[in-house]
Design a protein around this ligand. Sequence first.
Ligand code: PLP
Length: 392
Amino acid sequence: MEHYLDNSATTPVLECVLSKMNEVYTSEYGNPSSLHEKGYTAQKIIEEAKKTILSTLLPSGKNPVAKQLIFTSCGTEATNLAILGFAASKPRNSGKKFIFGETEHASVISCAKHLESCGYKVAFIPSPKGIWDMEKYVQELNSDTVFVSAMLVNNETGAVNNVSEIFRLARAVNPNVITHCDIVQGYMKFPKNLFSSADMLTLSAHKIGGPKGVGALYVSENVLKARALSPVIFGGGQENGFRSGTENVAGIAGFAEAVKYFRDNYAKISSLFSELYDYTADSLKNTGSDRIVINTPETDLKATHIMNVTVKGIRSETMLHFLSSKNIYVSSGSACASNTNSKSHVLKSFGLDDKDIDSSIRISFGIQNTKEDVDALVLAVKEGLDTLSKRN
Ligand code: PLP
């Protein structure tokens, strides 16, 4: 039996998503840009998907405008469009300042470093114990600050920051600042009022049972009015000119289907994650080992589908492979960074020393998980702790 506990890397595709995608691939395969019935139908599928997704992002009572959602090939591309597209929309001015969280996903950090190498002023805000260092942030904010990016849920620790407050402080200093929030790990798991004040939002389908290779960038009316976004991919002018390339119609339809599933089962899913989190924490504690430490964020809110655990004295790769040999799947750090040798920038910012960073694993729950998955995991971690430590 398999125990897949790496759902923050990706999730299994939902049945309802598969059947919707199958229907689109087999019957509604037209190119949305074609000027015949098959094309119109495909275009309609995209419009319907936009309506569904926008209704989960906008403050209640706001009428969605199709232009406000731009489908992309993934969350990474959406973030590149937000950051590089914003920079490209303005005359090059190295005096302008961009502020980013130090524990953002690699897609944000890499764009930030690229801007820095182009001569822009860039500041990174640390997050000890998962909490944005607001003192440092306030020191960095000035009237030259044109862009602030802060993620909702950290993908390695589950820390949830008060992004509304982060964005409010930026607007108090520069009312024209543009704000961006990567909600990939929090989308459909936290209420929209937590992030709806952001000007731009990054989304990804495959963290909620949708297909891989589909993402979206939400842009506020404010961004559109201020012409604060330029495309970074040029071509046939699809997605209102913001993202050229023939749309992934089946993937987009599948994304909307996954969103509907999470919307309709929101309460049930939230309580499942809380239950699994508490059960895992208790079971790890009941092993009686003081070498198992849960790196709990000290943020007011935390995501219960993500748990970061240090198993002291055992390298995470060693534990990962041991667990994998028993068909138990977790990850070390984020999936995107774990195939590189660099130490997790997130856990470093969190305050872990190098040894503990090297011994940390991430457990992340999905809607298919049960307490049996947790039992298998905890038993195997305990076994690993006893047998592997002899060899380490
Ligand atoms: N942002 C966060 C917080 C993520 O966890 C991920 C993926 O792990 C991404 C962005 C990138 O999304 P995608 O895999 O769709 O490029």
